[in-house]
Design a protein around this ligand. Sequence first.
Ligand code: XMP
Length: 504
Amino acid sequence: SVVILDFGSQFTRLIARRFRELGAYSVILPGSAPLERILRENPQGIVLSGGPSSVYDEAAPKPAPGVLDLDIPVLGVCYGMQYLAQQAGGDVKRAGKREYGKADLTQYGGQLFEGIQGEFVAWMSHSDSVTQLPAGYEVVAQTEDTPVTAIENRETRRYGVQFHPEVVHTPKGGQLLANFLGICGVTRDWTAEHIIDELVADVQAQVGDGRVLLAISGGVDSSTLGLLLAKAVGEKLTAVFIDHGLLRLGEREQVEAALKPLGVNLVTVDARAEFMAALDGVSDPEQKRKIIGREFIRAFEREARAYGPFDFLAQGTLYPDVIESAGGEGAANIKSHHNVGGLPDDLAFKLVEPFRTLFKDEVREIARLLGLPDHIRMRHPFPGPGLAIRCLGAISEEKLDILRRVDDIFISGLREFGLYDGCSQALAILTPIQSVGVMGDERTYSYTAALRAVTTDDFMTAEWARLPYDFLATMSNRIVNQVHEINRVVYDITGKPPATIEWE
Ligand code: XMP
């Protein structure tokens, strides 16, 4: 294994993620982890992460005594490299020029860069630099502003890079990390199967004989978590799926069909009437969200008491949710109404969050191995308040029914034309606009449906998807022909910002 000592960089988890991608097992430990703790992992290599401190600060964090005396390769990243340099007798000072963002290496070589060719773009984020090279080290990469950008000491197998090889902005960083694994002699046979085994063992160790409650939303994270927990604790898991009546066509049946046969103890709760009653006549979007959040907690709490008591509440929190936990839009928000924070004190559960260190694509890979059908596994995100925020203004059974049919035509169409996976999210919106049309010989006065599809990496900003005109024409035809309440279809060509992805 590789032990990653964390000195507080926001990218430390990314280092582990890159190693997983390269098929290598790694463990993140606190930067000050004692030597015995590190040795328990049988480390073949150590990475010292970046961090916000300066090595010359009084309180600068350091590895525990003895760690750097181990006769195994060590890679220092950013702060880690500065620490290595200082500890070996070199010097680190505030840089003349602070370097932040992409930089081209003007030259590079050495073991870490072996086999790498062409331009090397390195992502930098530092205000300190190594100003004096320690004995035994040589400089193996430079940029215009930073003469000492990478160092190595082949004899002691100590390596350092000032940039961050783990971020995507360093496109060839993966090769560099692979080279480090090679230097360590780490076998690269760590797969998603191993990750599942590890997660199952961790959950079993945490939960013991306790009972676990999980809210299933129908999305990939909670569904995959359901499968993982079923594997780990079997009948001790109760997975609650609340049908609030704001789901898409056939969604409830799909979730049941996907999870029940794979052994998930799934309880489906029909709460449609309560939600509809609570939302009656409410047209303000934020008010709708609040009511749905409140009703969700109420229903979930009731089921928790009915099937309880439970010791644990499982959540499908992913690593990006953890770093975004400060709130705001996007990923962190998506889970807000499932949050344990909304539950009363006497339902005090301990949290089980097996996916806390994983990224979405890794969860999808785990889902594949656990047998989750592709239509759920690769599904676009769907908001907790569901169709309520896509049916503009006050909702009604009738409007939801119209929207459900339009949405189904659009989403099925995207799949049929092979366009679904190219979009990050696609949705249909039922507007309150009624307009005049003509069908056969008759004048119509019916609703306008809007279609929206976006591409985005993080849902904070998004572009409208350039769907082919012919496809849009087909969708428009199908919708007005099959959904008689609609006589006009528009496509949303607004980015985010200034628009949001949802219309409410
Ligand atoms: P917006 O509309 O803010 O959406 O651009 C960004 C992402 O967040 C989802 N979204 C929500 N998810 N509850 C949720 O669980 C909400 O109230 C909510 N509002 C927006 C939206 O679907 C998109 O993926």
